[in-house]
Design a protein around this ligand. Structure first.
Ligand code: ZN
Length: 77
């Protein structure tokens, strides 16, 4: 049934955990993470930030993507 979700179980689970965490709304209000950039603009954002794991996973994805793009550009000319 949920075969399409089998490839990314951890992120989906984390997101669901976040949504049920009583502290989540507070962190969502404080955290200035911009999805897709892997970067949190809030300098005061601490290790305790619930969104940090999401942000770091996002950052890793962005880094991989940038590296790929650089490789493709180089090969293109
Ligand atoms: Zn943050």
């Amino acid at each position: 049934m949920a075969a399409s979700e089998a490839g990314r179980p951890n992120l989906a689970l984390r997101a669901r955990d976040l949504a049920t965490d009583p502290e989540a709304p507070q962190w969502v209000a404080v955290c200035a993470w911009v999805p897709g950039t892997g970067h949190c603009r809030n300098r005061d954002c601490s290790d305790a930030c619930l969104l940090r794991a999401q942000c770091e996973a996002d950052a890793a994805r962005v880094r991989r993507w940038r590296r790929l793009r650089r490789i493709f550009r180089r090969s293109a000319g």
